[in-house]
Ligand binder design. Structure first.
Ligand code: 13P
Ligand code: SF4
Length: 329
C-alpha cells in the first residue's frame, strides 16, 4: 500500500468529496469514459463539446475536470479566472501525443492555402496554430458551413477526418494520428458478435477505423451514441466506443442490454482508455483538498488557442457561418 493510500484508509471518500465540493465552490465535470464511481458523483457528465460549454458557463470558482488533460486545458482556456484541477496530470491522449506542435506548424506552413480544422483532442499549442476546432459532435455541422472549394488540413485523428471526407465528399489532408482505444476494436470479433446478436444494431464513435465504422448502424459522438441507444427500439445494442459509457446507458435504460464491441482478445476490456482510467476517487479527493494538480496556461498562448475554440462554439451554435467569423477577426 502506498503512503498516500494508507493515509486515506478509513476516509469516506464520497462524503469528503461532497464536503470539499461545497467548501471550494467547485463543480465536478466528468466525461463519459470516466470510471462509474466518478460519473456517479459528477455534477455534469457529457461529451467534449458539452463539457466545454459547461466550463465556459459555470459560476463555480473551481472546475474539477475528470477527463483528460486536453479537456481540462480547454476548460482553462475558456474560463481563465477559474481554478481548474485535473486529478492526474498524466491523463494525456494518444491523439495529442501524435501531433507535436512543431511538426504541426511545419505541416501548416507547407500548405498555406489550407485552413486548419482541428479535432479538440490536441494540445493547447496545436489549438493556437488552428483556425477552427471541432469535436465529434460538432464536426459535421461545422464542416457543412465551410465552402466546398476551401482547402482544409484536418488533424490529428485520421479516422475522424477520413469519415468526414467520405460522408461529405471532401478531400481534407489528414494528419496521421489515431486513438489507440478505438484502433483496438477487431473487425473479425465484431462480426462474430454480430452473428450472435443479429438484431442488435452497432453504434460506433467516428474515432474508429473504417473497417469498424462501415459495419455501424449509427456513427456519432459519445452523447450521440447515448441518444441513439435511447431512440432505437432494439433491446440489445453493440457499442463501439470506450466501454465506460455503458454505465450511463445501463442507468438510463435498465431493461436494455449493451455489449461493448470486442478487441482481438474477444472482450471489450482492452478498449478501456488508459489515460481516462488514471483518474480515481482518491486522486479527485486529493485534488479538491489541495487544489492541485492545477492547469496553468501562459496568457498569449491561451488567447491564441481561444480564437479557434470560440470559432467552434460559434459555428456549432448554428447561428453563425464562416463569413461571420471572417468579419469578426
Ligand atoms: P466525444 O465525447 O466528444 O465524443 O469524444 C470522445 C473522446 O475522444 C474522448 O477522448
Ligand atoms: Fe484520447 Fe482515445 Fe483516450 Fe479519447 S479514448 S482520451 S481519443 S486515447
Amino acid at each position: 500500500m502506498t503512503v498516500q493510500a494508507a493515509n486515506l484508509a478509513g476516509l469516506d471518500l464520497r462524503a469528503e468529496i461532497d464536503r470539499l465540493r461545497k467548501e471550494r465552490n467547485a463543480v465536478i465535470l466528468a466525461h463519459y469514459y470516466q470510471r462509474p464511481e466518478i460519473q456517479d458523483l459528477a455534477d455534469y457528465i457529457g461529451d467534449s463539446l458539452e463539457l466545454s460549454r459547461k466550463a465556459a458557463a459555470t459560476d463555480a470558482e473551481v472546475i474539477a475536470f475528470c477527463g483528460v488533460r486536453f479537456m481540462a486545458e480547454t476548460a482553462k482556456i475558456l474560463a481563465p479566472e477559474k481554478t481548474v484541477i485535473l486529478p492526474d496530470m498524466d491523463a494525456g491522449c494518444s491523439l495529442e501525443d501524435s501531433c507535436p506542435p512543431d511538426r504541426f506548424k511545419a505541416f501548416r506552413e507547407a500548405h498555406p492555402d489550407h485552413i486548419a480544422l482541428t479535432y479538440i483532442n490536441c494540445s493547447t499549442e496545436v489549438k493556437a496554430l488552428s483556425d477552427v476546432i471541432v469535436t465529434s459532435s460538432s464536426a459535421e455541422t461545422i464542416l457543412s458551413k465551410i465552402p466546398p472549394e476551401q482547402k482544409i488540413i484536418f488533424g490529428p485523428d485520421r479516422h475522424l477526418g477520413g469519415y468526414l471526407n467520405r460522408k461529405f465528399g471532401r478531400d481534407m489532408l489528414l494528419w496521421p494520428g489515431v486513438c489507440i482505444v478505438h484502433e483496438a476494436f477487431s473487425e473479425t470479433e465484431l462480426l462474430k458478435l454480430k452473428a450472435q446478436h443479429p438484431d442488435a444494431p452497432i453504434a460506433a464513435h467516428p474515432e474508429c477505423p473504417p473497417h469498424i465504422v462501415d459495419h455501424a448502424d449509427y456513427v456519432g459522438s459519445t452523447s450521440g451514441i447515448l441518444a441513439y441507444a435511447k431512440e432505437t427500439p432494439a433491446q440489445t445494442l453493440i457499442v463501439a466506443t470506450e466501454p465506460h459509457i455503458i454505465h450511463q446507458m445501463q442507468l438510463a435504460m435498465p431493461n436494455k442490454t449493451f455489449i461493448g464491441a470486442p478487441g482481438a482478445d474477444g472482450n471489450c476490456n482492452c478498449n478501456i482508455c488508459p489515460y481516462m482510467a488514471l483518474n480515481t476517487l482518491e486522486k479527485l479527493y486529493l485534488a479538491l483538498r489541495d487544489l492541485t494538480p492545477r492547469v496553468e496556461i501562459e496568457e498569449n498562448l491561451r488567447l491564441a488557442a481561444k480564437k479557434s475554440l470560440d470559432a467552434m462554439l460559434d459555428l456549432a451554435s448554428g447561428t453563425v457561418g464562416m463569413g461571420d467569423l471572417g468579419a469578426r477577426s
